[in-house]
Structure formats: C-alpha cells, structure tokens
Design a protein around this ligand. Sequence first.
Ligand SMILES: Cc1cc2nc3c(=O)[nH]c(=O)nc-3n(C[C@H](O)[C@H](O)[C@H](O)COP(=O)(O)OP(=O)(O)OC[C@H]3O[C@@H](n4cnc5c(N)ncnc54)[C@H](O)[C@@H]3O)c2cc1C
Length: 467
Amino acid sequence: MSDWLRELENALRPGQVSVSPSILDLHSHDESYHTPHRPDAVVFPESTDDVVAVMRVSQRYQIPVVPFGVGSSLEGHVVPVRGGITVDTSRMNRILAISPDDFLVQVEPGVTRKQLNAALRSYGLMFPVDPGADASLGGMAATNASGTTTVRYGAMRDNVRAITVVLADGRVIRTGSLAAKSSSGYNLTGLFVGSEGTLGVFTELWLKLVGIPERTLAARAVFSTVAQAVQTAVGLVGSGVPVTRVELVAPAYIAAFNQVNGTAYAVKPTLFLEFGGAPQAVREAVELAQSIASDEGCQEWLAVGDEAERNQLWEIRHEAAHTFMRLYPGRKHMATDVCVPLSKLPEAIADAEALLTEHGVHGAIIGHVGDGNFHVSLAVQPDDPAELARANAFNAALVARAVAVGGTCTGEHGVGLGKRKYQALEHGPALDVMQAVKRALDPDGRMNPGKLIDPLDASGGSSLQRA
Ligand SMILES: Cc1cc2nc3c(=O)[nH]c(=O)nc-3n(C[C@H](O)[C@H](O)[C@H](O)COP(=O)(O)OP(=O)(O)OC[C@H]3O[C@@H](n4cnc5c(N)ncnc54)[C@H](O)[C@@H]3O)c2cc1C
C-alpha cells in the first residue's frame, strides 16, 4: 500500500476509504460518451473536517482530487483523468437547517434534489431548480445546473446564497451571506458555482426556496413546424405570462417514445408547458398562452390540472433522453448544449437541423426554449473514430454559430472534458483571467485536473502547472 493511501486511511474512519475495483469503476465515468478512467481510491467523507483531512493528504503527496455527487453529469466532469482520490459526497446528505421565514435551507452537498423537495413539502416550500436527473445539490451547484424551470426561477447561480468550501490547501471558507442582497466584496459564491470541482470541495450550501404554487396547470401544444413552436415560446416569454416551464420536443424524440412505449402521440414539434401561481392568474395565463400558440398555427392544444394527468401529459418530455437512448443499445449519449439570445433561437434551431443533414449525423432536438437553450441528442459509438469525428464536427459548427450571435457553448451541462476546446473561442482574453484565478486557488493543479479551463492535451496531464 502506498504511503498516501495509508495516511488517508489513518486520517479517516474504517469504511471511509475504498479501493474495491467495483467502487473504482462506479466512479470512473459519468452519464456520457467520455472514456472512463478509474480513480486510485474513493473516499466517503461525513463532515467538513473529513474533507479537510483528504485535502491535506492530497497536498502532501500531490494527489489529484475529484469531487463526486451522483455522477449524472454529461461532459466527463467526474472522470479522474489523472487518477487520484475521488471524494464521493453521498454520505454528506443531511438537511442541516430549514428556515421557512427566510425562504432558506442549509444542506450538505450530497443531499439530492428530490430528497430536499420531499422534506420541504410540509412547509409548502420547494427548491425550484430541476435538471431532470435526481442530482446532488453539490453537483448541481458545481455545474451551475438549470433545466425546465429556469425560465421562471433561474439557474443554480441565482439560487445559491452561501457556500462552505474546502480549498485545495485545506483552508475552509464561507462565501456569501444569508442576506437577500449584498454589495460586499467580490462575488465568490458566483465564482464557485459552476467551478466543476476545480477550485474546492463544497461541504455546505445555503439555498433559496420558493413557495409551492397554489395552482399548477400543464399544457401540450402541437405544431406543424419547429419554427412555429419556437416563436410561441418566444411570444410567451415576451408576454410576461407566469409560465414555469416551456419545453420543445422535436419529432424524432416523439417517434422514439412511440416506438419504445407503443403510444401514438402526434409525431410533430410539440411544446410542453406548465403554469403556476394563484388560480385566477393561472387560468388567465393558460388562455393567453393558447391564443399565442393558436396565432402561431398550433394544431392541437390540451391543458390539464390534475397531478396524475399533468404527469402523463409531460411523460414524453420527462422520459425523452432515456427513451431516445433505448433505441441505440450499446451507444453513448452526446448532448450538445448551446444557449443563444432568445431572438436568435428560431434561427439557431433551424441551423442545427440543417447541420445535422450536412454532417450526416442522426440526432433529436429538445429545448428549454424559454431560455434560448436547446440540446441535440446524439447516440454515438465512442469506439468508432470516424463517427465520433462527425459528431464532434457537428457540435463544433453549432457552437461556432451560437458564439457568433452572442451565445455560449453550454447553457447548463458545463464544460468538463468535452467543451474545453471551445473556451478560448467563447471567452477570449477572459480565459487568461480564469486561469489566473485557478492558479491562485489551486497552484498545484490538483483539483479535478484536466477539466473546465485546463487547456490540456488528450492524455489528461494538466498544463496549468506548466503555464
Ligand atoms: C438524463 C439527464 C438529463 C439531464 N438534464 C439536465 C438539465 O436539464 N439541466 C442540467 O443542468 N443538467 C442536466 N443533466 C446533467 C446533470 O444532471 C447535472 O450536471 C448535475 O447538475 C450534476 O450533479 P451530480 O450530483 O450528478 O454531480 P456529478 O456528476 O457527480 O459532478 C458534477 C461536477 O460537479 C463537481 N462536484 C460534485 N460535487 C461537488 C462538491 N461537493 N463540491 C465541488 N464540486 C463538486 C464534480 O467534480 C463534477 O465536476 C442531465 C443529466 C442526465 C443524465
């Protein structure tokens, strides 16, 4: 046994360090097409002090550290490309404080979104950020996750009030405050949210809460063209209607759903909508939304209020990615994630459809269209270099167009390994500033090396250390 591993075991309690091959395998990958790589050890901290102990060993022996939530990320974020220690936060899963009058909750990072919402229900409160997967709140903060409700409630960066972070050298800091606003100091909370485990390990988070809407209605609107559906979404956002979700599902996904489940939904561009608020306001919102959709050429409109009916109405959207991948057994998921200013969205989606044909790639479009964010899901064979090259070329063309109109290569999934190559294009000289921040906080390049802004080679070696 190596010295660092012995020291790690001595610093923690029995059962908190694992080198079992099955545990290493579980922590070698995320949900994407990126090549797995095992860590050398996985630790299961139960407190901030445990994480500090891990960081001290990492510093003494110069061992990389990769924080891990539930591993649902989509760009190889948790793949330990240089081995080292994976810090799995699943045992740090306590809800530490609920403060209903402040609309705040304090959690450990391993608490999952569904776990938190189950605990909040009796208070009439909820945590609104919904990336689909039952991700950990630490992982969601670290990727600045967002999703179907962002059009109404914002992304993680809008909903994290304060974070306790263990830095690479073992120092513990708390960013932010519990106040609703502050003009004090640099916005370190905003910096750490979205840092993808490259600046420190979060061990506690204070999150903002909202009231569960008194009334919720869901609707589905079927169109003959994607452009009509997208124009409806743009019109809805512009009208100020209290819409909580506006999701586009393109025909390829619906055909996949019908094929897998034996259903007969119209294989046409479809908007899935949800409205929440006071009963009268919601009723009026649905009426206005229906008339906007109808002006854009909506062919079929269905609105329901009962919870079971709402879930059924939304089933295609909720199951979209998993259903699509079931058509391609053995293949891996590559999801593009561009986000553009709303006015550019219709053109960006039309471009994506044309680029799919141009690159000879089969993909399905799904979008958080109220935010200008959409994904093209591709089922790729990672072992086929020609196919992977076509998919990457498609993704690169999409990103170039998004950045050219003022957008971003990733609206919500984050950069991880897969989108590092677009960071210089998107950020220009600001990338140097980001790398200076990284060097200041992690001079040895031990925190999740090879990710986000690390301009490294394919081998996985960190080039920040050499810079
Ligand atoms: C079917 C499907 C649909 C999805 N849809 C969406 C979507 O709509 N929107 C969206 O935003 N995402 C979506 N995702 C991606 C995914 O759910 C998010 O990236 C999620 O926020 C990551 O949380 P996690 O717990 O899985 O983190 P992990 O995957 O374990 O880690 C993600 C990153 O966070 C870092 N990290 C984890 N915990 C900590 C910590 N305590 N401190 C510091 N860094 C940490 C890791 O090092 C890594 O870089 C989807 C994924 C799937 C599989």
